[in-house]
Design a protein around this ligand. Structure first.
Ligand code: FAD
Length: 469
């Protein structure tokens, strides 16, 4: 039985918050993006928030959690949007927000504490040696590097560097286990797969080393097209231009840019689809040459041509992209939701065209171009004009039937949101690093229900959540 009161007493000297309103607030992430998760997880809350300020304190908290059998859910900034950071069994929220130091900066790498905010890491590395993180989510200004590695997948920079799953995009991670005497392990190489994108189910990352890229002067360019598929074709061709250095390449179907990007509304007509680009200043004229060759493209906005006041009044281009597109939509129309799909290379355009023709304005397109296994192709984060859970499932099936895998953002488990099978490496490490199963309970089906049948087309429900169905 968890002994929360005993745990609290044992943590004297470490910052603890047990005001229920604040604990509830720190028990939530962006799960409400999904109407399904909103229904399932709205009530979820922990018992207390503990904020260690050093790795030694993390070790002490984990040893006491083990002794008092209290579940531990790690929290960076809580910007995950599948309920990853929500404590399904209550217990302790381990906030790493105070572990935010930026350490050694080398030629092409930086070491940072897990709770460091990504834009703050870049401020330090750019000032030091004009280097920056290769990859960041569009939540760059609020999310932590540890949360990105444990809960994210890629984002801005993925057009050049691929995703976090690609070898070389994380150099090392320091991880604390949840045992009677917690161990501190330095993971590199293949071992990184144990904790990367494991939602903190098998260890607490306290520090990471990640690669850096040269920090160029990035220019935001927004292009308009009368037809979504013309915008997609242009972006597909631009992504294949090896000499044009990009950091972001996304496409968003009309009327989303006009209806949801309120501060950009004056630049775009309602019937225009938008290509969102971040290009290195030295490659801007090459980009404009490519634009000039396509009579269907019109330049809506260039940050290098905008005055200072104009630029200050607008969000950066990366905050129009990735899941910020959906966030801007939700602010205007809370009834929408979204999906995550892949349009596999080399058939990305045909498959996109097919599902777009079937689903039309019920599912306005949103593409993010990335390097994936060595080729440039696109992920989709399409908006869904949501009606019912049944129809959402049908829309998922339509994608899958047309060769577009879906990474379901309406599921809180690792397996159902990702590859629809358990990860044996992560499971084996959980047995070793979290023998009592106290880390983020309910997120790894392979641990909770080893005989679960992933082929049986049913939704997994963690104990305690069944009653709500
Ligand atoms: P949290 O949400 O706090 O945690 C994420 C997961 O990691 C949780 O399971 C948590 O328990 C675990 N965790 C956190 N820290 C640690 C640690 N130190 N050790 C072990 N486990 C830990 N994601 C992308 O990949 N790309 C995007 O472009 C992107 N854009 C987004 C845009 C919006 C508007 C929103 C709301 C979300 C977006 N996300 C994106 C999801 C999310 O913002 C990112 O993955 C982000 O990096 C998560 O960081 P965080 O600090 O908020 O982590």
């Amino acid at each position: 039985m968890p002994d929360v009161e005993g745990l609290k007493r044992s943590l004297a000297g470490i910052r603890i918050e047990d005001n229920p309103a604040i604990v509830k607030q720190k028990s939530r992430d962006f799960f409400w993006y999904s109407p399904v998760l909103k229904r399932q997880l709205e009530h979820v809350t922990g018992d207390l928030v503990v904020s260690p300020t050093s790795e030694d304190e993390v070790v002490r908290v984990l040893a006491e959690a083990y002794a008092h059998e209290v579940p531990v859910t790690v929290r960076g900034a809580g910007t995950g949007n599948y309920g990853q950071a929500m404590p399904l069994s209550g217990g302790l929220i381990l906030s790493l927000a105070e572990l935010r130091g930026v350490g050694a900066i080398g030629n092409g790498t930086v070491t940072a504490d897990a709770g460091a905010i990504m834009s703050e890491i870049d401020q330090v590395t750019i000032a030091d040696s004009r280097q920056e993180l290769r990859l960041h989510p569009s939540t760059y200004r609020s999310a932590t590097i540890g949360g990105f590695i444990a809960g994210g997948s890629g984002g801005v920079g993925s057009i050049r560097w691929g995703g976090l799953r690609d070898l070389g995009n994380i150099v090392s991670a320091r991880v604390v286990t949840l045992e009677s005497t917690p161990r501190v392990l330095d993971l590199t190489g293949d071992d990184l797969a144990k904790v990367a994108h494991a939602y903190g189910t098998n260890g607490v990352i306290t520090r990471v080393e990640v690669p850096l890229a040269p920090a160029y002067d990035w220019v935001d360019v927004l292009l308009g097209f009368d037809r979504f598929m013309d915008a997609a074709r242009f972006a597909n061709a631009l992504g294949a231009e090896d000499g044009i250095l990009l950091k972001e390449l996304g496409v968003i179907a009309a009327p989303v840019p006009h209806d949801y990007f309120l501060r950009h509304q004056r630049y775009v007509r309602r019937d225009q689809s938008m290509v969102v680009i971040m290009v290195a200043r030295q490659a801007l004229s090459a980009l404009m040459t490519l634009v000039g060759r396509d009579s269907r493209a019109s330049v809506l906005f260039r940050s290098d041509r905008a005055g200072e006041d104009e630029r200050r009044g607008l969000p950066p281009a990366y905050e129009l992209a990735w899941n910020h597109t959906t966030l801007r939509g939700l602010r205007v129309d809370p009834s929408i939701t979204y999906l995550q799909t892949l349009y596999p290379y080399p058939h990305q355009l045909e498959r996109l065209e097919k599902v777009t023709a079937i689903l039309g304005d019920e599912v306005p397109g949103h593409l993010e171009f990335v390097r994936f296994d060595g080729n440039v192709t696109c992920f989709g984060l399409p908006i869904v004009r949501y009606t019912t859970e049944e129809r959402l499932e049908e829309i998922i099936r339509i994608h899958e039937d047309n060769g577009c895998p879906v990474f379901n953002p309406h599921r809180y488990t690792l397996e159902e949101g990702g590859m629809k099978q358990s990860d044996p490496v992560q499971l084996a490490f959980k047995r070793e690093a979290d023998p009592k199963g106290l880390l983020n309970p309910g997120k790894m089906i392979a641990w909770e229900e080893p005989d679960y049948d992933f082929g049986a087309d049913k939704v997994y429900l963690f104990r305690g959540l069944q009653a709500l169905e």
